[in-house]
Structure formats: structure tokens, C-alpha cells
Design a protein around this ligand. Structure first.
Ligand code: SAM
Length: 265
């Protein structure tokens, strides 16, 4: 377990699953609200957010959401987030950016249960659902947010068609996730085939790596404080902390990280 990242794939997968199951079944004890790798603004391109004390710990995970959402006005808008996880981003956007309504949707019933018990914010609600089969009528939302979730989807084209259907004309999909360079070329084709116009595309890998560098100690500490010893390494791997295989794949550029603003015209 000490060299988790160097274990063969057939061992890493079950260990990863154990950690993931542990995470979702120890909700109260863990109190983890984000499951993304974060974003650090560089060269003055991103003004430090003025956060409340209670949000300070998760600044870099919040930054990733803020970076994506700041590109269009969401105040007083109806927003859906697909793959909201444990709702930290949904909570941040509803509280700080004053959306009219914000629905967080996730495949995991445990994540949705956690969100429903954790947050009590006017206009914010959570629902279990599948990205590829959104339980909403046509043209319901002004914006759809999708952060570090899409690479899990069995049917990316199905997801994009559903987002397109449920967005109002002129509405936006605010998207970020990791891909290889080849994977990003496929992704772009998928966006265009679904009917979206690409308003902006940005490779934010260096911002993600910088965030992980700064946030690694907190991620490792969280693993050590909140999980039994036998899970510490797989937990650190899951978190992308320095020394993990995931961190290395980012640092050497094998996996890139992209952020898009897409519009339904
Ligand atoms: C890495 S987590 C990111 C969560 C959140 N966006 C964040 O940044 O903290 C990915 C999330 O996508 C969800 N997910 C995976 N496949 C999904 C699907 N087909 N439909 C909806 N949610 C899905 C997972 O349950 C998980 O909560």
C-alpha cells in the first residue's frame, strides 16, 4: 500500500473502489463537499475570491467552479448542475452568485442524500438522475454546469443531446474536465455534433497542477485524519495529491484539463 501508484492495475482498481465506497458510506465523518482537483489563478488572470471563513478550506475546489461560471451572468438564472457530487459547487454558486434556482443532479443516491441533509439554501435543490437521461422538460435552464464528471459517462453524446434539449435557446453549458489531447479532439467534435457553438476553449492544466501543489497537504491530511490507515494511500491517490499517480499524469502532461463555454444558438 505504501507504493499504491506502482501497484498493477488489477489491484489498483479494487483498492480505488474500496476507497470510493468508504467515502460515500461515511458521509458525516468525512464532510467532504468537493471531489474535483481544483484551480489556481496565475499571473493575475483570476482575482482571489473573497470567501467566508467556512469556505476557505476549499478555496481551490471553489475556484474551479468560479472559473467556469464567471464567464456568463448567472444571477437570477435557472441553473442545472449535472454530476454535482457532494454539492460544494452548487452551494457556492447559489450563495455567492445569487442564482434564481439551482438544481444539482447526480447518479449517486448517497451523494444526493448527503446534499439534501447538508444544505438548506433558498432556491437550491438536489435530485438523483442520469446525465444521459435528464428528468426535465425542454428549454428549462439558462445554464448547465458540468465539472469533472463527464469522463465517467457511458454515453457522452447522449449527455450533450440532453443538455442541448433542456437549455433555453441562447443558454450555456459551462464545462470542465480532464482529457488526453486526442480525447479533447473527440470532445470538440461531440460538442459541435450536438449543435453547440464553442464560445471559448481553454486548457487549464497548469492551473489545476498549481492548485494540487498548494492543496496537497490538506488533501493528505484529510485522508489521514478521516480514514483508517489501510486507506491512506488509495485516498491520497484519489485526491490527486503530490506523489500520486494522478498528479504525475497531470504534471507530465499525459492528461490535460480543459474548460469550455458552449452555447445553444
Ligand atoms: C469527480 S466527481 C465531481 C463532483 C463535483 N462536480 C465536484 O466537482 O465536486 C464526479 C461525479 O459525477 C457523478 N456521475 C458519474 N456518472 C454520472 C452520470 N452518468 N450521471 C450523473 N452523474 C454522474 C458521480 O456520481 C460523481 O458524483
Amino acid at each position: 500500500m505504501e507504493r499504491y501508484a506502482e501497484l498493477p492495475k488489477f489491484l489498483r482498481r479494487p483498492l480505488w473502489r474500496i476507497w470510493h465506497n468508504y467515502l460515500v458510506s461515511h458521509d458525516e465523518a468525512l464532510d467532504v463537499k468537493f471531489m474535483n482537483y481544483g484551480f489556481c489563478g496565475m499571473n493575475g488572470e483570476f482575482r482571489p475570491l473573497n470567501l467566508k471563513l467556512e469556505d476557505e478550506n476549499e478555496r481551490y475546489c471553489i475556484n474551479l467552479y468560479h472559473h467556469d461560471v464567471q464567464k456568463i451572468p448567472v444571477e437570477n438564472k435557472d441553473v442545472l448542475e449535472v454530476g454535482c457530487g457532494r454539492g460544494g459547487g452548487a452551494s457556492y454558486i447559489s450563495r455567492y452568485l445569487n442564482t434564481k434556482s439551482y438544481i444539482g443532479l447526480d447518479l449517486s443516491s448517497k451523494a444526493i442524500k448527503f446534499c439534501n441533509e447538508k444544505y438548506n439554501i433558498p432556491g437550491l435543490s438536489f435530485i438523483r438522475g442520469k446525465a444521459e437521461d435528464l428528468p426535465f422538460e425542454d428549454e428549462r435552464f439558462d445554464a448547465v454546469v458540468n465539472v469533472e464528471s463527464s469522463r465517467c459517462y457511458a454515453n457522452m453524446a447522449g449527455f450533450l443531446n440532453e443538455v442541448y434539449r433542456t437549455l433555453k435557446p441562447g443558454g450555456h453549458l459551462l464545462f470542465s474536465d480532464m482529457r488526453t489531447e486526442e480525447g479533447n479532439a473527440v470532445l470538440k467534435t461531440q460538442f459541435l455534433e450536438a449543435g453547440f457553438t464553442i464560445e471559448s476553449e481553454k486548457n487549464i492544466l497548469r492551473n489545476v497542477v498549481a492548485a494540487l501543489e498548494i492543496d496537497s497537504d490538506r488533501r493528505i491530511r484529510l485522508a489521514q485524519e478521516k480514514t483508517p490507515k489501510f486507506l491512506h494511500n488509495s485516498c491520497a491517490e484519489f485526491s490527486g495529491a503530490k506523489g500520486s499517480r494522478r498528479f504525475q499524469l497531470f504534471a507530465d502532461g499525459t492528461i490535460q484539463y480543459y474548460s469550455y463555454v458552449l452555447q445553444k444558438v
